[in-house]
Write a protein that binds this ligand. Structure first.
Ligand code: HEC
Length: 191
C-alpha cells in the first residue's frame, strides 16, 4: 500500500470513529453496516447525516418500537460510578445505564439476558463525561427469539442524546461484529 492510500484509510477510520486503544478492536467497523447500500453522501455514515436520511423516511424519524421509552434513559440506573474510557467505542468517555429492575441482572452478567432487557451507553463529547454533554446514545435491547437468532436476538441503535431520533438501528453488523466477541451474551459489562 502506498502512503496516500494508507493516509486515506487512516482518516477514513478516524472519521468513522476508529482510534480505539486496542488493535484487535480496530478491525471491526464501529459504524455498523451501511443499511442503505451505496452511500449517496460520500461521507461518514456515523456522524450527523449531512444529506437527510438516504434510506427514506425523514431525518426526525424516531427509533422503531422495541418496547422501550428511550427518552427516560437519564433517569435509569447508572451502573458505573464514574464516566470511563470506552475500550471499543468511537468517543472515549461513556456511562452505562440500565432500568432499575435490571441492575442485578446486568451486574451478575450470566447466561442470556431476558427478553426486553434494555441498556444505554451514553457517549460523551468531552473528557468530563458530563451528563449534559451527551453526543449520542448507543443502545441494545434483547428482542424475541425470532428477531435475529443467529446473533443473539439483539436490537442495536445509535440514537440522539434525547432518545427521540435514530441515526442507525436494527441488526447493525458493525455492532454485532464486535459485540459477538464479548464473554456473556454479546455484553461486555463495565468490569
Ligand atoms: C470495536 C468494538 C465495538 C463496536 C464496533 C461496538 N461496541 Fe459497543 N461496546 C464495546 C465494548 C468494549 C464495550 C464495553 C464498555 C466499553 O469499554 O465501552 C461496549 C459496550 C456497549 C454497550 C453497553 C453494554 C455492554 O455491556 O456491552 C452498549 C449498549 C453498546 N456497546 C452498544 C453498541 C452499539 C449500538 C454499537 C454499534 C453502533 C456498538 N456498541 C459497537 C465494543 C464495541
Amino acid at each position: 500500500m502506498n502512503k496516500l492510500l494508507l493516509l486515506g484509510l487512516a482518516s477514513g477510520l478516524m472519521a468513522c470513529g476508529g482510534g480505539s486503544k486496542s488493535d484487535s478492536m480496530n478491525s471491526a467497523n464501529p459504524c455498523g453496516a451501511n443499511p442503505c447500500g451505496a452511500n449517496p453522501c460520500g461521507d461518514n455514515p456515523c456522524g450527523d447525516n449531512p444529506c437527510g436520511n438516504p434510506c427514506g423516511g425523514s431525518d426526525s424519524a424516531g427509533p422503531m418500537d422495541v418496547g422501550v421509552d428511550w427518552t427516560g434513559w437519564a433517569t435509569w440506573n447508572k451502573v458505573n460510578a464514574e464516566p470511563f474510557v470506552s475500550k471499543g467505542h468511537k468517543k472515549p468517555w461513556v456511562n452505562v445505564y440500565v432500568p432499575s429492575e435490571q441492575v442485578s441482572t446486568y451486574a451478575a452478567l450470566e447466561g442470556e439476558m431476558p427478553e426486553g432487557f434494555a441498556i444505554v451507553k451514553s457517549v460523551h463529547k468531552d473528557a468530563e463525561g458530563a451528563a449534559g454533554d451527551v453526543a449520542a446514545l448507543t443502545v441494545m435491547v434483547k428482542m424475541g427469539s425470532d428477531y435475529d437468532p443467529e446473533n443473539g436476538n439483539w436490537y442495536y441503535g445509535v440514537l440522539s442524546a434525547d432518545g427521540t431520533k435514530a441515526m442507525q438501528e436494527g441488526k447493525l453488523a458493525g455492532c454485532i461484529g464486535c459485540h459477538s466477541s464479548a464473554n456473556t451474551d454479546y455484553l461486555f459489562g463495565t468490569k
